[in-house]
Design a protein around this ligand. Structure first.
Ligand code: 3HC
Length: 301
Protein backbone atom coordinates (compact mmCIF):
# COMPACT_ATOMS: atom_id res chain seq x y z
CA UNK A 1 0.00 0.00 0.00
CA UNK A 2 1.02 3.60 -0.52
CA UNK A 3 2.12 4.73 2.91
CA UNK A 4 2.82 8.25 1.71
CA UNK A 5 -0.77 8.74 0.55
CA UNK A 6 -1.95 7.16 3.80
CA UNK A 7 -0.72 9.99 6.00
CA UNK A 8 -2.42 13.21 5.01
CA UNK A 9 -2.98 15.99 7.57
CA UNK A 10 -6.69 16.34 8.34
CA UNK A 11 -7.34 12.76 7.29
CA UNK A 12 -5.25 10.61 9.53
CA UNK A 13 -4.37 10.57 13.16
CA UNK A 14 -1.04 10.14 14.82
CA UNK A 15 -0.21 8.69 18.21
CA UNK A 16 2.43 10.16 20.48
CA UNK A 17 3.52 8.03 23.42
CA UNK A 18 5.04 9.94 26.30
CA UNK A 19 3.95 13.47 27.20
CA UNK A 20 7.19 14.92 28.53
CA UNK A 21 9.01 17.82 26.91
CA UNK A 22 9.66 15.98 23.65
CA UNK A 23 6.31 14.18 23.43
CA UNK A 24 4.37 17.38 24.00
CA UNK A 25 6.50 19.25 21.47
CA UNK A 26 5.91 16.48 18.91
CA UNK A 27 2.14 16.52 19.58
CA UNK A 28 2.24 20.32 19.17
CA UNK A 29 3.86 20.24 15.71
CA UNK A 30 1.63 17.45 14.39
CA UNK A 31 -1.52 19.22 15.62
CA UNK A 32 -0.28 22.54 14.22
CA UNK A 33 0.19 20.86 10.82
CA UNK A 34 -3.40 19.60 10.84
CA UNK A 35 -3.05 16.01 12.08
CA UNK A 36 -5.29 14.67 14.84
CA UNK A 37 -3.12 13.52 17.71
CA UNK A 38 -3.68 10.95 20.44
CA UNK A 39 -1.20 11.89 23.16
CA UNK A 40 -0.75 8.97 25.52
CA UNK A 41 0.96 8.71 28.88
CA UNK A 42 0.65 6.49 31.94
CA UNK A 43 0.40 9.60 34.14
CA UNK A 44 -2.73 11.79 34.03
CA UNK A 45 -0.74 14.54 35.80
CA UNK A 46 1.91 14.49 33.07
CA UNK A 47 -0.83 14.78 30.44
CA UNK A 48 -2.34 17.73 32.27
CA UNK A 49 1.07 19.46 32.35
CA UNK A 50 1.57 18.64 28.66
CA UNK A 51 -1.77 20.18 27.67
CA UNK A 52 -0.90 23.35 29.59
CA UNK A 53 2.55 23.63 28.08
CA UNK A 54 1.31 22.99 24.53
CA UNK A 55 -1.36 25.67 25.09
CA UNK A 56 1.27 28.11 26.37
CA UNK A 57 3.63 27.40 23.46
CA UNK A 58 0.82 27.80 20.92
CA UNK A 59 -0.06 31.14 22.55
CA UNK A 60 3.58 32.16 22.23
CA UNK A 61 3.29 31.46 18.49
CA UNK A 62 0.10 33.56 18.34
CA UNK A 63 1.93 36.45 20.04
CA UNK A 64 4.73 36.12 17.45
CA UNK A 65 2.04 36.15 14.73
CA UNK A 66 3.07 32.74 13.45
CA UNK A 67 -0.48 31.46 14.08
CA UNK A 68 -3.88 33.05 14.52
CA UNK A 69 -5.79 32.57 17.76
CA UNK A 70 -8.30 30.38 15.89
CA UNK A 71 -5.53 28.20 14.40
CA UNK A 72 -3.97 27.73 17.84
CA UNK A 73 -7.33 26.78 19.36
CA UNK A 74 -8.03 24.35 16.53
CA UNK A 75 -4.57 22.78 16.95
CA UNK A 76 -5.10 22.27 20.68
CA UNK A 77 -8.56 20.81 20.02
CA UNK A 78 -6.99 18.23 17.67
CA UNK A 79 -5.00 16.74 20.58
CA UNK A 80 -6.67 14.04 22.68
CA UNK A 81 -4.76 13.48 25.92
CA UNK A 82 -5.34 10.03 27.34
CA UNK A 83 -3.96 7.31 29.61
CA UNK A 84 -5.90 4.76 27.54
CA UNK A 85 -3.56 3.13 25.01
CA UNK A 86 -6.43 1.42 23.19
CA UNK A 87 -7.31 4.85 21.71
CA UNK A 88 -4.21 4.37 19.57
CA UNK A 89 -5.94 1.49 17.76
CA UNK A 90 -6.64 3.47 14.57
CA UNK A 91 -3.56 5.67 14.18
CA UNK A 92 -1.40 5.26 11.05
CA UNK A 93 1.77 6.52 12.70
CA UNK A 94 2.90 6.33 16.30
CA UNK A 95 5.87 8.31 17.59
CA UNK A 96 7.24 6.95 20.84
CA UNK A 97 8.85 9.57 23.06
CA UNK A 98 9.20 7.74 26.36
CA UNK A 99 12.18 7.72 28.73
CA UNK A 100 15.49 6.69 27.16
CA UNK A 101 15.57 3.08 28.43
CA UNK A 102 15.58 0.12 26.05
CA UNK A 103 13.43 -2.16 28.23
CA UNK A 104 10.70 0.48 28.53
CA UNK A 105 10.75 1.20 24.80
CA UNK A 106 10.70 -2.53 24.03
CA UNK A 107 7.48 -2.94 26.06
CA UNK A 108 5.89 0.03 24.32
CA UNK A 109 6.86 -1.23 20.86
CA UNK A 110 5.48 -4.70 21.61
CA UNK A 111 2.22 -3.11 22.76
CA UNK A 112 2.00 -0.74 19.77
CA UNK A 113 2.69 -3.62 17.41
CA UNK A 114 -0.25 -5.53 18.88
CA UNK A 115 -2.58 -2.49 18.91
CA UNK A 116 -1.98 -0.57 15.70
CA UNK A 117 -3.20 -1.45 12.19
CA UNK A 118 -0.78 -3.78 10.41
CA UNK A 119 0.22 -1.06 7.91
CA UNK A 120 0.90 1.62 10.56
CA UNK A 121 4.40 2.97 11.03
CA UNK A 122 6.07 2.78 14.43
CA UNK A 123 8.61 5.56 14.94
CA UNK A 124 10.81 6.27 17.91
CA UNK A 125 12.08 9.65 19.00
CA UNK A 126 14.93 7.88 20.75
CA UNK A 127 18.06 9.99 20.97
CA UNK A 128 20.47 7.08 20.84
CA UNK A 129 18.91 3.61 21.17
CA UNK A 130 19.19 1.21 18.21
CA UNK A 131 16.23 1.38 15.83
CA UNK A 132 17.29 -2.04 14.52
CA UNK A 133 16.88 -3.55 18.01
CA UNK A 134 13.49 -1.89 18.51
CA UNK A 135 12.33 -3.02 15.06
CA UNK A 136 13.29 -6.60 15.93
CA UNK A 137 10.82 -6.78 18.84
CA UNK A 138 7.91 -6.13 16.47
CA UNK A 139 6.25 -8.20 13.78
CA UNK A 140 6.66 -5.30 11.31
CA UNK A 141 10.38 -4.43 11.41
CA UNK A 142 10.18 -2.90 7.92
CA UNK A 143 7.74 -0.30 9.27
CA UNK A 144 9.89 0.79 12.22
CA UNK A 145 12.01 3.92 11.96
CA UNK A 146 13.67 6.65 14.03
CA UNK A 147 12.14 10.11 13.95
CA UNK A 148 14.42 12.21 16.14
CA UNK A 149 13.13 15.68 16.96
CA UNK A 150 15.04 18.45 18.75
CA UNK A 151 14.09 20.57 21.73
CA UNK A 152 12.21 22.93 21.54
CA UNK A 153 10.38 20.90 18.92
CA UNK A 154 8.19 23.76 17.62
CA UNK A 155 11.34 25.79 16.92
CA UNK A 156 14.09 23.42 15.81
CA UNK A 157 13.69 22.55 12.15
CA UNK A 158 15.67 19.31 12.05
CA UNK A 159 14.23 15.81 12.12
CA UNK A 160 17.00 13.22 12.05
CA UNK A 161 15.41 10.21 10.35
CA UNK A 162 17.09 6.95 11.22
CA UNK A 163 16.85 3.88 9.09
CA UNK A 164 17.12 0.62 10.99
CA UNK A 165 18.71 -2.27 9.15
CA UNK A 166 15.23 -3.60 8.36
CA UNK A 167 13.47 -0.28 7.54
CA UNK A 168 11.75 -0.43 4.14
CA UNK A 169 12.43 2.38 1.62
CA UNK A 170 8.67 3.19 1.53
CA UNK A 171 8.67 3.67 5.31
CA UNK A 172 11.58 6.08 5.00
CA UNK A 173 9.88 7.98 2.18
CA UNK A 174 6.58 8.22 4.06
CA UNK A 175 8.26 9.55 7.19
CA UNK A 176 10.38 11.96 5.19
CA UNK A 177 7.28 13.43 3.54
CA UNK A 178 5.48 13.61 6.91
CA UNK A 179 8.47 15.51 8.36
CA UNK A 180 8.21 17.99 5.47
CA UNK A 181 4.45 18.32 6.07
CA UNK A 182 5.37 19.40 9.62
CA UNK A 183 7.58 22.15 8.16
CA UNK A 184 10.75 20.31 9.22
CA UNK A 185 13.89 19.46 7.29
CA UNK A 186 14.59 15.73 7.34
CA UNK A 187 18.17 14.51 7.39
CA UNK A 188 18.81 10.84 6.67
CA UNK A 189 21.07 8.87 8.97
CA UNK A 190 21.81 5.17 9.32
CA UNK A 191 21.39 3.36 12.59
CA UNK A 192 24.42 3.66 14.90
CA UNK A 193 24.54 4.56 18.61
CA UNK A 194 23.69 8.25 19.08
CA UNK A 195 23.12 8.58 15.31
CA UNK A 196 24.93 11.77 14.22
CA UNK A 197 23.46 14.38 16.57
CA UNK A 198 24.21 12.82 19.92
CA UNK A 199 27.34 10.98 18.85
CA UNK A 200 28.88 14.39 18.26
CA UNK A 201 26.99 16.57 20.78
CA UNK A 202 27.30 14.38 23.88
CA UNK A 203 31.12 14.12 23.83
CA UNK A 204 31.16 17.95 23.60
CA UNK A 205 28.90 18.30 26.65
CA UNK A 206 30.84 15.58 28.50
CA UNK A 207 34.19 17.22 27.79
CA UNK A 208 32.79 20.57 28.94
CA UNK A 209 31.76 18.91 32.23
CA UNK A 210 35.28 17.44 32.59
CA UNK A 211 36.75 20.92 32.07
CA UNK A 212 34.60 22.23 34.94
CA UNK A 213 35.33 19.21 37.15
CA UNK A 214 39.06 19.61 36.63
CA UNK A 215 38.91 23.32 37.43
CA UNK A 216 39.99 24.39 33.93
CA UNK A 217 37.20 26.98 33.85
CA UNK A 218 33.84 27.77 35.39
CA UNK A 219 30.63 26.63 33.69
CA UNK A 220 29.98 30.24 32.69
CA UNK A 221 33.43 30.56 31.12
CA UNK A 222 33.07 27.29 29.20
CA UNK A 223 29.68 28.44 27.90
CA UNK A 224 30.99 31.87 26.94
CA UNK A 225 33.76 30.27 24.88
CA UNK A 226 31.17 28.49 22.76
CA UNK A 227 28.64 31.32 22.61
CA UNK A 228 31.11 34.05 21.75
CA UNK A 229 33.79 32.04 19.98
CA UNK A 230 31.67 29.63 17.98
CA UNK A 231 28.30 31.44 17.86
CA UNK A 232 26.44 28.60 19.57
CA UNK A 233 23.04 29.92 20.78
CA UNK A 234 23.68 28.23 24.13
CA UNK A 235 26.98 27.07 25.60
CA UNK A 236 27.31 23.29 26.08
CA UNK A 237 26.55 23.35 29.80
CA UNK A 238 23.48 25.58 29.44
CA UNK A 239 22.42 23.17 26.70
CA UNK A 240 23.07 20.18 28.99
CA UNK A 241 20.79 21.77 31.63
CA UNK A 242 18.20 22.38 28.90
CA UNK A 243 18.32 18.76 27.66
CA UNK A 244 18.47 17.31 31.21
CA UNK A 245 21.65 15.99 32.81
CA UNK A 246 19.99 12.61 33.39
CA UNK A 247 19.20 12.37 29.67
CA UNK A 248 22.84 13.28 28.83
CA UNK A 249 24.17 10.56 31.17
CA UNK A 250 21.74 7.99 29.75
CA UNK A 251 22.84 8.80 26.19
CA UNK A 252 26.55 8.70 27.11
CA UNK A 253 26.00 5.23 28.61
CA UNK A 254 24.33 4.06 25.40
CA UNK A 255 27.34 5.40 23.42
CA UNK A 256 29.84 3.79 25.82
CA UNK A 257 28.08 0.43 25.63
CA UNK A 258 27.29 0.62 21.91
CA UNK A 259 30.82 1.48 20.78
CA UNK A 260 32.62 -0.29 23.64
CA UNK A 261 34.84 2.76 23.83
CA UNK A 262 35.70 4.35 27.21
CA UNK A 263 35.99 7.76 25.57
CA UNK A 264 32.20 8.05 26.01
CA UNK A 265 32.24 7.37 29.80
CA UNK A 266 30.04 9.95 31.52
CA UNK A 267 32.00 12.57 33.42
CA UNK A 268 31.83 11.72 37.17
CA UNK A 269 30.65 15.26 37.89
CA UNK A 270 27.63 14.74 35.61
CA UNK A 271 26.86 11.42 37.32
CA UNK A 272 27.14 12.99 40.79
CA UNK A 273 24.87 15.87 39.81
CA UNK A 274 22.25 13.42 38.54
CA UNK A 275 22.56 11.40 41.78
CA UNK A 276 21.92 14.63 43.69
CA UNK A 277 18.77 15.26 41.66
CA UNK A 278 20.37 18.26 39.93
CA UNK A 279 18.95 17.44 36.53
CA UNK A 280 19.14 20.90 34.99
CA UNK A 281 16.35 23.25 34.12
CA UNK A 282 13.53 20.80 34.84
CA UNK A 283 14.59 20.29 38.49
CA UNK A 284 15.53 23.94 39.07
CA UNK A 285 19.24 23.22 39.38
CA UNK A 286 22.02 21.88 37.19
CA UNK A 287 25.16 23.75 36.14
CA UNK A 288 22.99 26.81 36.77
CA UNK A 289 20.09 27.54 39.07
CA UNK A 290 16.62 28.24 37.70
CA UNK A 291 14.82 30.01 40.52
CA UNK A 292 11.40 30.27 38.90
CA UNK A 293 9.69 29.69 35.59
CA UNK A 294 10.79 32.38 33.15
CA UNK A 295 13.34 33.98 35.49
CA UNK A 296 16.91 34.27 34.20
CA UNK A 297 19.29 31.52 35.38
CA UNK A 298 21.67 32.32 38.24
CA UNK A 299 25.24 31.15 38.13
CA UNK A 300 26.56 28.40 40.33
CA UNK A 301 26.01 24.75 41.04
N1 3HC B 1 7.42 26.62 21.47
C1 3HC B 1 7.22 27.55 20.52
N2 3HC B 1 8.11 28.56 20.28
C2 3HC B 1 9.19 28.64 21.07
C3 3HC B 1 9.46 27.71 22.09
C4 3HC B 1 8.50 26.66 22.28
N3 3HC B 1 8.68 25.71 23.20
N4 3HC B 1 10.63 28.05 22.68
C5 3HC B 1 11.09 29.14 22.06
N5 3HC B 1 10.23 29.50 21.09
C6 3HC B 1 10.40 30.58 20.12
C7 3HC B 1 10.29 31.96 20.71
O1 3HC B 1 8.96 32.39 20.73
C8 3HC B 1 11.14 32.77 19.76
O2 3HC B 1 10.42 33.04 18.56
P1 3HC B 1 10.86 34.23 17.53
O3 3HC B 1 12.15 33.81 16.91
O4 3HC B 1 9.75 34.30 16.54
O5 3HC B 1 10.98 35.45 18.39
C9 3HC B 1 12.28 31.82 19.39
O6 3HC B 1 11.77 30.50 19.65
C10 3HC B 1 13.50 32.07 20.22
O7 3HC B 1 13.14 31.99 21.61
P2 3HC B 1 13.49 33.10 22.69
O8 3HC B 1 13.58 34.45 22.06
O9 3HC B 1 12.59 32.91 23.86
O10 3HC B 1 14.89 32.64 23.26
P3 3HC B 1 16.28 32.48 22.56
O11 3HC B 1 16.49 33.45 21.43
O12 3HC B 1 17.21 32.45 23.68
O13 3HC B 1 16.19 31.03 21.89
C11 3HC B 1 16.34 28.67 21.87
C12 3HC B 1 15.85 29.89 22.66
C13 3HC B 1 15.55 28.54 20.58
C14 3HC B 1 16.05 27.46 22.77
C15 3HC B 1 17.86 28.86 21.55
O14 3HC B 1 18.57 29.16 22.74
C16 3HC B 1 18.48 27.63 20.94
O15 3HC B 1 18.37 27.41 19.75
N6 3HC B 1 19.18 26.83 21.77
C17 3HC B 1 19.79 25.58 21.33
C18 3HC B 1 18.75 24.51 21.37
C19 3HC B 1 19.31 23.18 20.96
O16 3HC B 1 20.48 22.99 20.67
N7 3HC B 1 18.41 22.19 20.93
C20 3HC B 1 18.79 20.84 20.61
C21 3HC B 1 18.99 20.08 21.88
S1 3HC B 1 19.53 18.45 21.57
C22 3HC B 1 18.12 17.58 21.40
O17 3HC B 1 17.02 18.05 21.56
C23 3HC B 1 18.31 16.16 21.02
C24 3HC B 1 18.17 15.22 22.16
O18 3HC B 1 18.30 13.93 21.64
C25 3HC B 1 19.15 15.40 23.28
Amino acid sequence: MDLQAAMQPGVDSVGVIGSGTMGSGIAHVFARAGYSVVLCDVSADALERARKSIGANLSREVKKQKLTEAEAEAALARITCTTERTLLGKVRLAVEAATERFELKRKIFEELDALLPANAILASNTSSISITRLAAVTGRPERVIGMHFFNPVPVMTLVEIIRGLQTAPETYQAVESIARALGKTPVEVNDAPGFVSNRVLMPLINEAAFAVMEGVATAEAVDQVFQLGMAHPMGPLTLADFIGLDVCVDILRVLQEGYGDPKYRPCPLLVRMVDAGWLGRKSGRGFYRYPAEGAPPRAGR
